[in-house]
Each structure stands twice: as C-alpha cells, then as structure tokens.
Design a protein around this ligand. Structure first.
Ligand SMILES: NC(=O)c1ccc[n+]([C@@H]2O[C@H](COP(=O)([O-])OP(=O)(O)OC[C@H]3O[C@@H](n4cnc5c(N)ncnc54)[C@H](OP(=O)(O)O)[C@@H]3O)[C@@H](O)[C@H]2O)c1
Length: 417
C-alpha cells in the first residue's frame, strides 16, 4: 500500500489567523528550533487500538475530535496495543485527510522503538532460530525483551511506517533505553563500565537514526526515558547532557531534538532536581539547548511502588451499583483524595483568576503545561470527554508562575511525608 508523503513543517503548524477560541491551536509552541509547532497537550495513545479491548471505537472518536479541535501532536510506539495504536492513528489520519479536515503537514507524529513484545517476540525468536538474531538484546523473561541496536531500529521503522501509512515519522524516540542498564545491573556489571558501554551503544543508535533522517524516513529523533534527571548515583540514571554531547560529536547539525519523560505532581525531579553533572535541572538544560520536552503520565503518579491517579473518579450510578464493598471503599478514598488535591491546588493558585471552577485534571494539565521548558504534556485522553476536559484546561489563563505553583503543590502534599 502506498505510504502518505509529507511531514509536519514549521510553516504549516503555525496557528492560523482564525484559531481564536481553538485552544489546542492558538497555544501551540515550537517543538525545537526550526521545527514544527505543537499543541501544549498531545494525544497519548498507550492502551489504544483497533480492538474492543483497546477501546475501539471510543478512542478513534476521541482522536478524531482532538484533531478536529486543533490538537496536532500524537504520541505512539511500536508496542502500544501490540502495534494497533499505530494502526488506529494511521487509519484516523487517512480518513480526516481524505475528508479535507486536516493536512499531513499540520500533524506531528511521534513513535518509538525499543520494546520487543507480542508479535515482535515471535519475530525475534524466529530470527534467533535461523541464526540471524537481532544484536544486543536485553532479555527480561520470556515475554519482554528490549533492543536499540541499529539492526532492530532499521527493521522496526519499516513496520511503524507501514502501520501508520506514512512515508515519514516526524519524531522517532529510543523507548526506555535504560532497560539496557537494568540488564547490566542484573548481570552485576560495574556501574561506570555499564554507563560507558551504554553510551557507546547509544552513539551507534544515534548514527542509525541520523541515517533515517537522511533517507527521509524520520525528521528528528530523541529518547523517552523514565530515568532522565535521576540522581547520577542511581545505576540506571540517564543524562540528557551526555545524550546531547553524543549527538554533537556526530554532527553540529545533528537531529537529536526531543526528549520525553514522566512528570506529574508527585514526580517532579525533571523540574526541580539539579543534576550534579550539569548543575541544573533536566528541564532547564533542555530549554537552554533547544531540546523539545514532552511529559508523559501526567495523571498516573508512581508513589511507594503504587499508582495514584490524579483525576476525579467518574463512575455512573449504574457502575457504582455493581461494585463490591471493597471497591466502594477504594472509590471513596480516591474521591476524598481528589477533593483534597483540588483544595490544595485552589490554595496554591488562589491569586490566579480563572481557576475557581477548575477540575483536578485541569489543574494538573495547566500546572505542568506552563512550566518553563515543557513543550507539551502527553495525556491519555482516549475518551471524548477527556479531550473536552483538557481543552478546557488550555482555555484557562496561562500560568507564568507555573513552576512556583507546582513546587507549592508538591511541597504541601500531606501524604508524601
Ligand atoms: N516510556 C514512555 O515512553 C511512556 C510512558 C508512559 C506514557 N507514555 C505516553 O504518554 C501518554 C500519557 O500517559 P498515560 O496514558 O500512561 O497516562 P495519563 O495521561 O497520566 O492518563 C492516565 C489515565 O487517566 C485517565 N484520564 C486521562 N485523561 C483524563 C481526564 N481528562 N479526566 C479523567 N481521567 C483521565 C485515563 O484512564 P481511563 O481511560 O482508563 O479512564 C488514562 O489512561 C501515553 O498514552 C503515552 O503516549 C510514554
């Protein structure tokens, strides 16, 4: 099947003259110098796909609605929904482009490479049997392997382009490369040796990604890592500065342009933790060096090995009636927590007009999206009501003191102490 040509450009993604009231569009920011402009909220497509189990058709409707409203950043990966996320995005783009509702040049597609799961495991295992295995695989049991070797990147890019139906993917990220470090740690490799080997392999991956840019298969690349900005003494910490230096060592005109990492009200280190080696936070380094930053998991905060959902529960009476006693208690606790968090946010933003009636999720989106250095917040808005909700967050006044508000919220979270 013919792939759709084109890619997002700086010119085509500038907000149009009639974008007034279209907040996904009017508030766009430049992703990186010379690159396209993106909406402050991107469509996160983890747990999205073409089958009922992955929310079809609701998530396709939500994506359509978001694109029609001017959202122009979509984040996916080879492994989301076992490839179905990329397929759903490809189908939706094609439909809206054919209907003349959007243009290819206006939409930034981000995908990632690294995980070997599902059908990729079958592929990797069959290649092993044939003696032509992908190189440098990190194996974590039978079902989850990981690889960022050039051979694997060259294989996966073709599968992603085909599933998306696109000639060019705008941004292609190495997906959680720290898995390699985790494997070295399990093998008891000395930390400095592990870090050196890790970055030498990252260099090989970057060379492969530069080749993909030359071939017109991607426009830019970067990394998505849960460990960006972690203290250096942590075995599998990942440094934005070292990544950037590797790219610079390849070429002054390198295409390492974007990083992605989790950040939310409980996980704030990208904004506030000064990495010793660079003497500043990861966000501040990115901002100074024109590296675009996408935040992920804004509503899913990891805390004490558990997960805290930073949204207000929305359960219909019908669904509530079906819950057992334990589930009802859990729901009560979550409702109480969300009320407490909303009150805390209202206190912290007391002198800011336009937030009196904000919902918890809207406070979360705004306090993250306006932090200096953040280009876009990727949200798992796989339902139409979520798209409308985050749009309302963007309709509220901008927050020039977002960093201060975020710090205030973080420092006053009672259950943290
Ligand atoms: N390592 C990586 O590269 C990495 C890791 C994590 C995430 N990501 C990317 O970042 C995106 C966002 O992360 P995420 O989807 O894991 O988590 P998230 O955006 O924090 O959302 C978590 C969940 O909250 C619910 N939700 C979303 N918007 C809401 C709203 N406005 N109001 C109430 N509830 C809402 C949805 O759950 P229900 O639909 O179940 O109700 C959603 O799945 C992902 O989709 C993915 O694209 C990348």
């Amino acid at each position: 099947m013919a792939l759709l040509p084109g890619y997002a450009t700086a010119n085509d993604t500038k907000p149009s003259k009639n974008s007034l009231g279209r907040f996904f569009e009017s508030r766009r920011r430049c992703l990186y110098k010379g690159g396209p402009s993106v909406s402050p909220v991107g469509f996160g497509s983890y747990r999205v796909g073409l089958s009922k189990g992955l929310g079809f058709p609701e998530c396709a409707n939500a994506l359509e609605l978001a694109l029609k409203k001017g959202l122009n950043l979509i984040d996916t990966s080879t492994n989301y929904g076992g490839g179905q996320s990329e397929m759903l995005i490809g189908k939706t783009l094609k439909k809206l482009i054919n209907e003349n509702l959007i243009q290819r040049e206006n939409i930034i597609i981000v995908s990632k490479v690294g995980y070997i799961q599902g059908s990729n495991i079958e592929l990797a295992k069959s290649k092993e049997l044939q003696g032509i295995s992908f190189s440098e695989i990190s194996k974590f049991g039978e079902e989850t392997w990981h690889c960022i070797h050039p051979d694997f990147i060259f294989d996966q890019i073709e599968r992603s382009r085909s599933r998306l139906g696109l000639e060019t993917i705008d941004v292609y990220l190495l997906h959680n490369p720290e898995y390699m470090l985790k494997k070295f740690e399990l093998e008891k490799m000395e930390q400095s040796e592990a870090q050196n080997l890790f970055y030498s392999r990252i260099r090989e991956s970057f060379l492969a990604l530069e080749k993909l840019v030359e071939e017109g298969k991607i426009c830019a690349y970067g990394i998505s890592s849960n460990n960006l900005g972690a203290p250096e003494e942590e075995y599998s910490s990942v440094s934005i500065k070292r990544m950037h230096e590797i790219a610079l060592s390849i070429s002054a005109d390198h295409n390492f342009k974007v990083v992605q990492m989790p950040m939310n009200w409980l996980e704030v280190s990208p904004a506030f933790y000064d990495v010793e080696e660079i003497g500043e936070s990861t966000l501040s380094y990115a901002q100074k060096n024109n590296i675009g930053v996408m935040l992920n998991r804004p509503f899913n905060a990891m805390f004490n090995d558990g997960l805290i959902r930073l949204t207000r529960p929305q359960v219909s009476q019908e669904d509530y009636d079906k819950l057992d006693e334990g589930m009802r208690k859990g729901l009560e606790n979550w409702t109480q927590l969300s009320s407490d968090l909303e009150r805390l946010a209202k206190e912290q933003l007391a002198d800011v007009p336009g937030y009196d009636d904000a919902t918890l999720s809207q406070f979360v989106v705004s306090t993250l999206a306006w932090v200096p250095g953040v280009t876009s917040v990727l949200c798992g808005i796989r339902k139409e009501k979520y798209v409308n909700d985050v749009e309302q967050a963007l309709a509220r006044p901008s927050l020039p003191r977002a960093r201060e508000h975020l710090r205030g919220i973080y420092e006053n979270l009672e259950f943290r102490s």
